[in-house]
Every structure is written in C-alpha cells, then in structure tokens.
Design a protein around this ligand. Structure first.
Ligand code: HEC
Length: 171
C-alpha cells in the first residue's frame, strides 16, 4: 500500500542533525499510554483538515507522520551518542501517542497496526532500560520500525536501514 505520506524526500532528512541530547533518564514506568480504543481528537495538528505544512510532503503531514519524523530525529541523535560511547536519553515517553495519532488514512489504524505499535513501544522501553546492551537494543528498536513498515508502508524502509549504527570507518 503506498500513500503520499509514505513517499520520502530523503535529501532533507540528513541535513538537520539535532545536537546530541544530554542524558536525562525518565522512568519508563511513568509513561502514560493510549490504546487502539482511545478516540482521536478532532482539530489537532495533523488531523483531517488540519494537515501540517511540510517541505517534505506537499500534501501536508498527519499527526502520525509528525511523530515518525520525531522518532527519526531522536534515533539519529541517539545513534550519535551511542557511537561516541555515551548514554542516550530515554525515549519511550516521547512516543506515547503512537497508538492514538491520526494517520493520513483512517483505516491505517487497524488491529494489526496496533499490535505492531505495542511491540515497537516495548522495544523502545527495553532500549531505555537495558543500558548494558545498548547497541543490541538500538538495533532491536530499528527492527520494530521495520516490522511495521513492511506491512504498512514500505517507502521509509531505506530511512530506517540508514539509521543503523555505523562501523567506525564509515562515520
Ligand atoms: C506501528 C507501526 C509503525 C512503526 C513501529 C513505525 N512506523 Fe513509521 N510510519 C507508519 C505509518 C502507518 C506511516 C504513515 C503515516 C501517515 O499515515 O501519515 C509511517 C510513516 C513514516 C515516515 C514518513 C513520514 C512522513 O514524512 O510522511 C517515516 C520517515 C517513518 N515512518 C519512519 C519510521 C521509523 C524510523 C520508525 C522507528 C523509529 C518507524 N517509522 C516506526 C507506521 C509505523
């Protein structure tokens, strides 16, 4: 299934490198989350009729697409920190709306999507908690991105693969 929101305009993705974050651990237990039953809120940025203007997507971005962009930026920053031997900040709290954000097409919010979202959020929680195996946990988060994209929209898979940790020689 291909939608405009799955198209990618890669040139811009690599240019805006956020500053490496300072580690500010947030307890994963405190993360409030929504479910597949949580009603979506009309009128919020990225909801139908309120798509967010974006140079990346001429049709405008949905709430879910905005969250995806945030996840990409967070992982780019986390990767930089890990590659330099540091401890990235906890991320799960930032994605608590994954299961209740407006997608571009309403039918995207299916049971299957929700199951994949839960698996992904679990992988992020494990990334936040298991600092000892950070590199493996990071790779596992990317697996969660990929698993969902293989069944929802394949366009961003190149971006996901591009977030992998790099060998020292390739940085
Ligand atoms: C549970 C499913 C799911 C997971 C997990 C997921 N995605 Fe997505 N992603 C989607 C869907 C669905 C869209 C289309 C959004 C829409 O409908 O507007 C999307 C859109 C995107 C986009 C395009 C956004 C745009 O500009 O339109 C990117 C990039 C992306 N995802 C990257 C990622 C990355 C990186 C991860 C992991 C950190 C990830 N995704 C995890 C389902 C998922």
């Amino acid at each position: 299934v291909k939608t405009a929101s799955c198209l990618l305009f890669l040139a811009t993705l690599g240019c805006t490198k956020p500053a490496p974050p300072v580690a500010t651990p947030a307890p994963a237990a405190a993360v409030e989350t929504c479910t597949a039953e949580t009603p979506l809120v009309p009128g919020v940025p990225g909801s139908p009729g309120h798509l967010v203007e974006s140079p990346l997507n001429p049709n405008g971005m949905s709430e879910l697409a905005l969250l995806m962009r945030r996840m990409v930026a967070d992982l780019e920053a986390a990767r930089d920190v890990i590659e330099r031997g540091g401890q990235p900040p906890a991320l799960a709290a930032r994605y608590q709306k994954l299961r209740c954000s407006w997608p571009t097409r309403a039918e995207m919010r299916s049971k299957e999507f929700d199951g994949l979202a839960q698996t992904y959020l679990q992988q992020v929680a494990e990334f936040d908690e298991h600092r000892g195996e950070l590199r493996d946990r990071y790779a596992n988060v990317l697996k969660g991105c990929r698993a969902c994209h293989e069944v929802t929209c394949e366009g961003p898979i190149a971006v996901i693969d591009g977030l992998a940790l790099r060998p020292v020689s390739a940085r």
